[in-house]
Design a protein around this ligand. Structure first.
Ligand code: SF4
Ligand code: SF4
Length: 288
């Protein structure tokens, strides 16, 4: 079983639209949406949730007022200003970092240390096969942990159902969530736009893939908007040890396909579809 992770330096590069087309082209696969902060693959794939579970990214303190003697020790030791004294001492769940220091310093054992529910993850059916996805609560962190969970569930399903490919819509950026998206993958496909920031983003992702020794390819999306920059990005990618998977042109069909909730390759038989199919073939070849 192989794992292809599609990433981009930032959001809005057309990464998810490309993943939706790959979902339509690939045969025996499981899909994983690791863009847990702004999951939008489900908009195209219209999943039917079959299994859902709470996600806990850590712990949180909670004061039991009936045991609290208002000594103030917890507020003194909390470095995150999460304990406040109103009518009674209480912990602000948004500020609480779950360090547990207050719990160990309360003389009355009045503070509970409980699993915090930070989001949910799902196993769903789609018209392209099973998909694992997740939703992180507003202002929640720990998305790296949730990304790891989504990937491992997708792999588990692939093994159980003898599916030979996991396609991951990776997290944007270059922080913890994207590292959690790519470590151990068989191939990373970097989708970028022909702009200076796109070039910069590609270089930063290239550094990551080099660091983790993961084979990587680049695909310049909307290449015809700035062909010279597209060329420069590809040249840079090759210099950094990456391969070029191909280019995809700008086409209004991408937005039109999204509006009717389908993939580009199913929406149009135009030149863009041929380009996406070519990128897909190169990615498959790269997976070996
Ligand atoms: S340390 Fe314990 S007893 Fe003291 S204020 Fe905090 S919760 Fe109450
Ligand atoms: S667990 Fe840590 S961050 Fe949360 S209230 Fe206690 S001391 Fe503050």
């Amino acid at each position: 079983m192989k794992e292809l992770v599609v990433v981009s330096g930032k959001g809005g590069t057309g990464k998810t639209s490309l993943v939706a087309s790959f979902a339509a082209l690939a045969k025996n696969k499981v899909l994983a949406d690791c863009d847990v902060d702004a999951a939008d693959l489900h908009l195209v794939l219209a999943p039917t949730v079959q299994h859902r579970e709470d996600f806990s990214g850590g712990k949180i303190a909670r004061i039991r007022s009936e045991r609290c003697t208002a000594c103030g020790a917890c507020r003194e030791v909390c470095r995150f200003d999460a304990v406040s004294e109103g009518q009674a001492f209480s912990v602000d769940p948004v500020n609480c970092e779950g360090c547990g220091v207050c719990v160990w310093n309360c003389p009355e054992e009045a503070i509970l240390f409980e699993e915090a529910i930070n989001g949910q993850w799902f196993i769903s059916g789609t018209r392209y096969g099973p998909m694992v996805h997740a939703r992180l609560g507003i202002a929640e962190e720990n998305s790296g942990k949730l990304v790891t969970l989504v990937r491992s569930q997708a792999k588990r399903i692939a093994e159980e159902e003898e599916r030979d490919l996991v396609i991951v819509d990776g997290s944007p950026g270059i922080g913890c969530p994207v590292i959690a998206s790519i470590t151990g993958a068989d191939l990373v496909l970097v989708v970028t736009e022909p702009t200076l920031s796109g070039k910069h983003d590609m270089e930063r992702v290239a550094e990551l893939t080099r660091h983790f020794r993961i084979p990587a390819m680049v695909c310049v999306n909307k290449w015809d908007l700035y062909p010279a920059v597209a060329e420069e990005i590809e040249k840079n990618a090759i210099e950094q040890g990456m391969k070029v998977a191909g280019r995809v042109r700008y086409d209004k069909a991408v937005t039109k396909a999204q509006v009717v909730r389908t993939s580009v390759v199913e929406y149009t038989g135009g030149a863009i579809t041929e380009e996406i199919k070519s990128v897909w073939r190169h990615a498959l070849y790269g997976l070996g």
